[in-house]
Design a protein around this ligand. Sequence first.
Ligand SMILES: [Zn+2]
Ligand SMILES: [Zn+2]
Length: 303
Amino acid sequence: MKLTIIGSTGSFPGPGSPASCYLLTGHDGTRPWRVLMDLGSGSLGVLQRYMDLKDIDAIFISHLHPDHCMDLCGLHVAVHWDPAGWGRDRVLVYGPSMTGDRMADAYGLPRDPGMTEDFDFRAFKNGETVKVGPFKVTPYDVRHPVEEAFALRVEATEKLYGETKTSVLTYSGDTDSCDGLVEAARDADLFLCEAAFQEGRDDGLDGVHLTGKRAGEAAREAGVHRMLLTHIPVWTDSSVVLQEARDEYEGELAVAVAGVTYGVRSGDRLSEPKTNSMSRIPVSLTEAIRKAGGQRHEVPGQG
Ligand SMILES: [Zn+2]
Ligand SMILES: [Zn+2]
């Protein structure tokens, strides 16, 4: 499984990155599958540098704050009003039970039908795993001031080059320290964890976000193999929360970089940010290049 950071700025988009959106790619032996975790403000445009919107297999929404879901409104337009026709099934959207109604309200649509002609909304339930292609996604209740907030544990079982491999990524969503977060992250290959708050500065706020220190504690308790810090707002210095986490967690640790693709099991940076629209080379051609012994482009050693 590969993780591409589409947007990683906390709470609202920053000058260098949209708000939360993460693309996961996995291969089931037949074709690549692409799913998104969150579609926060500003992410829909940048996403198109990395994939065609028609290739979205599913979207998983961690909670209904705008920095995690608001670009569903833009995607609704892309699906509903494409002059050439969408030509695909409705987009599968898992998330809190109110997702469909809240998106209709945000857009000013009547709740019936709202966006249900474009999206197949399904409700997450704590601990209940859903399966999409090679991905198994399990939501865990976490501690954040909204009706339903989830951390997501994603397991991908892929058939690649004749081998079957499973990798595990846990995404914290937004949360303060809680058991659900540690349970979701248990032994994960990669823990993509928010660190919006700073020790000392935000001590008066309970039940909202993690500091770097609290993210590091969760990583240590869960025994994760590596961690990327994310959801860092523009007013938070990433080097401060990185040091806080480093004081608690001895494993591999870095700040998630917008536009970078990471190998979930290896932690390697597989490709660097793109500035233009996606290459439209069909998958069949890239597969042919690979079979003929072509090299995949990797930039090593910057993890
Ligand atoms: Zn947020
Ligand atoms: Zn939030």
